[in-house]
Ligand binder design. Structure first.
Ligand SMILES: [Ca+2]
Length: 251
């Protein structure tokens, strides 16, 4: 079965305010046409500006990953809470062919409405970022780590998710892009859903997967947070409204 798992980091309330404090790296007054003209951890909003969130796609499985299931995941120091993955066993990444570029572009397109920077370069400035690490899975399936708890109110901006995808597996760019987007959105605390057209549907589903501005039934047979995500009812969630609240919308 192909599934997108429930992995996410434990929450660290001490990190809740750090997204407010990363304004030192803006390049300021020179205009930009698109994100490619900005540092990888920033977005172009007429000028290069800090993002509401930064996601580092670690296609190369670069890092010295340390398992600590008692602490919040921290992408900057490669500390994770994913017991499923273990420690020190990750030395293969996604690959470096054209599919990688297409997947990166596809995820950026998915998340284009939001103030999120998606990059395959580890930020060199001290900004908060979450990370998705690619490691070939035993069955070439897209299975994210189930070791961590859901980051239910998105208190941890430094989540680490391990993702079993590789360029040579049986899935196409569209499926990789969809599953990867699902994993990134899950880092904000959203649950799996029962709608097979929805971005949070945990199986292959139909179509590319939609980030819907609508209340969608969550999948209560999978881990979920029981939060009010824009619907006034914990059995539903509005992914678009939730991401707009957490990351902000581009102007
Ligand atoms: Ca998070």
């Amino acid at each position: 079965m192909t599934t997108v798992g429930s992995g996410s980091a434990t929450a660290d309330p001490t990190d809740a305010t750090t997204t407010e404090s990363k304004g030192s790296s803006s390049s300021g007054d020179e205009g930009c046409a698109d994100d490619s003209e900005c540092p990888s951890w920033q977005i172009c909003n007429e000028v290069c500006a800090d993002a509401g969130h930064v996601v580092y796609l670690n296609f190369d499985a670069e890092g010295g990953f340390v398992l600590d299931s008692d602490s919040p995941s921290d992408a900057e120091i490669d500390r994770h809470a994913c017991e499923f993955v273990g420690s020190g066993t990750l030395d293969e990444g996604y690959g470096d062919g054209p599919k990688r570029d297409d997947v990166l572009a596809g995820v950026k397109e998915f998340l284009a409405p939001y103030r999120v920077a998606v990059t395959d370069e580890r930020p060199s400035e001290p900004v908060d970022y979450s990370m998705v690490v690619f490691t070939p899975g035993p069955n070439a399936n897209a299975v994210s780590c189930n070791g961590g708890e859901l980051d239910c109110d998105d208190l941890n901006p430094r989540d680490v998710t391990f993702f079993h995808l590789n360029e040579g597996d049986a899935f196409d760019v569209e499926i990789h892009t969809r599953f990867l987007t699902t994993a990134i959105v899950r880092q904000t605390g959203l649950a799996s859903t029962e709608d097979n057209t929805d971005i949070m549907y945990p199986f292959l589903g139909e179509g590319p997967g939609l980030i819907q501005d609508a209340c969608v039934e969550i999948r209560t047979s999978s881990p979920y947070c029981g939060i009010d995500a824009g619907c006034g009812d914990i059995s539903e969630q509005n992914a678009h409204q939730w991401l707009a609240e957490k990351w902000g919308l581009r102007g």
